[in-house]
Design a protein around this ligand. Structure first.
Ligand code: NAD
Length: 374
């Protein structure tokens, strides 16, 4: 069983799908592990560190030759996989709803694409969930970047020269990233409020010591929502939410937006008119900017100034914490493959519940039910 890892080719992608720690664990299962030279450099992992962990380090073509499994953060172009075994597995993120051509190309090339974003949200798969591990770090980073961009302090400070007021932070979307954003902003001493469409998040917001701000007159999504995910909301709900946001946002200094809907563009939560109502010097971090953005006018990897407010957002927020993000991503992949490792055959054998959920292509065809219905 040969497991290969290439250097990520996407612009600005500093993460890597394997660390020396997970390489050793794969070797302990009986696998041979090979990594392209320089693959870990963006995440502060040297080729030497891989070699010390028993990994073969070399040029891409050599690494991929005869691979049974290829691991990636962002799925490589199938042309980079020439020489891998026919039907080899590629476990990575594919962004399948937006990358239909890539999925087709994987089917054509005869590889089995395993999309880590499609990991089901069930208890036993929690340790395999790259969306959670990466969102958690992204939520933290968003608050730090917003704090750094903001020309004032976060905590209240009583000094001999007078009092500095605590910053007011509003978090929109309280999934994994939003919860971490709340916790980080609280730790920095801000006054934090938060909102979501899923009613289960109300208690979670309170348990972190923040104030829930919810649409009251129109029903949102009961409890956790299906699989923990939100859906698109009705026109009536969106109007009520816009009114609520308008009345709240003008008093905020920092807004962190994190709202996503699987398979759909990110919902628009903040309009230009609402930005104009904020105080000059306020900062908005749009964590959803790469999925279309929650904020009107936000642009990936640019600081946009509008009405005296700075709007920031990264195309790859977790990639700005590449070392930790890689360590968690690599563990997610190890937890996934090792959970299914069949010692007798010396390779992983997926079950239906998780295998069918993550498998996009097999036997030359696109086989995933979620892609067939969209
Ligand atoms: P996500 O990234 O898909 O979305 C972020 C948040 O935005 C969600 O809370 C969503 O409800 C919210 N949102 C969507 N549209 C909105 C709108 N119009 N206005 C305001 N908010 C809106 O979500 P996520 O971070 O991946 O996680 C969602 C849930 O799933 C969490 O409760 C999390 O604990 C759960 N989860 C469970 C597992 C597991 O059991 N294996 C793994 C990961 C996450």
């Amino acid at each position: 069983m040969r497991i290969a890892v290439l250097k990520e080719r996407a612009p600005g992608e500093n993460r890597v799908a394997l660390t020396p720690e997970t390489a050793k664990k794969f070797a302990a299962l009986g696998a041979t592990v090979a990594v392209e030279e320089g693959a870990g450099s963006g995440a502060s992992v040297t080729d030497e560190a891989y070699r010390e962990a028993g990994v073969e380090v070399g040029p891409a073509a050599q690494i991929v030759k005869d691979a049974d499994i290829v691991l990636g953060v962002q799925a490589p172009d199938p042309s980079a996989l020439a020489g891998a075994k026919p039907g080899a597995w590629v476990a990575a993120t594919f962004d399948p709803f937006r990358n239909g051509d890539l999925v087709e190309a994987y089917a054509k090339a005869g590889f089995e694409a395993l999309s880590m974003e499609f990991m089901p949200r069930i208890t036993r798969a929690q340790s395999m969930d790259v969306l959670s591990s990466q969102s958690n770090l992204a939520g933290y980073k968003a608050v730090l970047v917003a704090a750094n961009t903001y020309g004032r302090a976060f905590p209240m400070m009583m000094t001999a020269a007078g009092t500095v007021q605590a910053a007011k932070v509003f978090v929109m979307g309280v999934g994994v990233a939003g919860l971490q954003a709340i916790a980080t902003a609280k730790r920095l001493g801000a006054q934090v409020s938060a909102t979501d469409v899923r009613s289960a998040t109300k208690e979670q917001i309170q348990s972190l010591g923040a104030k829930p701000v919810f649409v009251e007159n129109v029903a949102g999504i009961e409890g956790e929502g299906s699989g923990g995910y939100a859906t698109e909301m009705s026109e009536e709900y969106r109007t009520a939410q816009a009114e609520l946001v308008s009345s709240h946002i003008a008093k905020q200094d920092i807004v962190i937006t994190t709202a996503l809907i699987p398979g759909k563009p990110a919902p628009r939560l903040i309009s230009d008119a609402q930005i104009a109502s904020m105080k000059p010097g306020s900062v908005i971090f749009d964590l959803a900017v790469a999925q279309g953005g929650n904020v009107e006018g936000s642009k990936p990897d640019e600081a946009v100034a509008k009405h005296g407010v700075t709007i920031v957002g990264f195309s790859n927020t977790a990639g700005h914490l590449a070392a930790d993000a890689s360590a968690l991503f690599a563990r997610n992949l190890y937890n996934f493959l090792s959970a299914f490792w069949d010692k007798e055959v010396g390779k992983p054998v997926l079950d239906e519940e998780i295998g069918d959920a993550v498998r996009l292509t097999q036997g030359g065809k696109v086989v995933n039910a979620r892609l067939a219905t969209t």
